[in-house]
Design a protein around this ligand. Structure first.
Ligand SMILES: [Zn+2]
Length: 277
């Protein structure tokens, strides 16, 4: 299954990606991790990326796409991937679409994790990363388990706060998200790929919603796989053309009950003063 997770900073993308990795057995591809790894290994791409970052510039989209292409060629990505942190804007979304088309690996779904902005700010403040293994935790929503040890160091995770996770920069990051990344929602909706889930509340519960949204995709595949198996010479349909078209996941979409109404409505009802500072 090939998935993009969309969500504002603090929406739980990283945490939910990690959980999906365990459930689906496909790798999480985080462009941030790819960049850091390439720089650490000193590959050609890594050197180019480091040059850009050292110069205080953003890493070129073409460079990031090359890294993604390289990563998708690895064996563990054959069954699918979860893309986290990319694309972040429309130009990147178009570029990714072209790349995946040339690889014959189009996306199966794009899941938007929807969280109220006040909640986002609160979550970001609680975010910590292990300096050794890079795993992301949240003191509020997903702290390390008691006695949990780091696979790298063998001691408890060494939790640090990323410099851009402080309150001062959060508002700016959310603004940038609204301006650059939010338009992707319409982009993917137009392609019939978008699934929106309410990502507030308990981490487990969110994972369950996420799994449910994605499960709506798999039964189709499984059914098709079964139908393709020559159990008995059923006279269903001839194994038609070479490229049997993908059944549209949109057909199985559950009734769009109370989508999109979460969060915003209740805003301001409780202490809107605290958030201003
Ligand atoms: Zn660790």
């Amino acid at each position: 299954m090939r998935i993009v997770l969309l969500g504002a900073p603090g929406s739980g993308k990283g945490t939910q990606s990690q959980r999906l990795v365990e459930r689906l057995g496909i790798p999480q591809i985080s462009t941030g991790d790819l960049l850091r790894a390439a720089v650490a290994r000193g590959t050609e791409l890594g050197r180019a990326a480091k040059e850009a970052m050292d110069g205080g510039r953003l890493v070129d989209d073409a460079l990031v796409l090359d890294m993604i292409r390289e990563r998708l060629g690895e064996p563990d990505a054959r069954r699918g991937f979860i893309l986290d942190g990319f694309p972040r804007n429309l130009a990147q979304a178009h570029a990714l679409e072209r790349l995946l088309a040339t690889l014959h690996k189009p996306l199966d779904a794009v899941v938007q994790l929807e969280v109220d902005y006040g909640e986002l700010a609160r979550r970001i403040a609680g975010r910590r990363t292990c300096a050794d293994c890079g795993r992301v935790f949240n003191l509020l929503t997903s702290p390390p388990a008691a006695n949990e040890t780091c696979p790298r160091s063998g001691t408890p995770h060494r939790l640090i706060q990323r410099p851009d996770d402080n309150e001062a920069t959060v508002a700016e990051r959310l603004r940038v998200y609204d301006e650059k990344t939010r338009p992707l929602i319409d982009f993917y909706r137009a392609r019939g790929l978008l699934k929106v889930i309410n990502a507030e509340g308990d981490v487990e519960e969110v994972t369950r919603r996420l799994a449910q949204a994605l499960a709506a995709l798999t039964p189709l595949k499984r059914r098709r796989a079964k139908a393709a198996r020559p159990v008995r010479p059923a006279k269903r349909r001839k194994p038609a053309a070479k490229h049997s078209r993908k059944a549209k996941p949109a057909l199985r979409r559950p009734p769009a009950a109370r989508r999109g109404q979460h969060g915003r409505a209740g805003r301001g009802s409780r202490g809107s003063r605290g958030s201003r500072r």
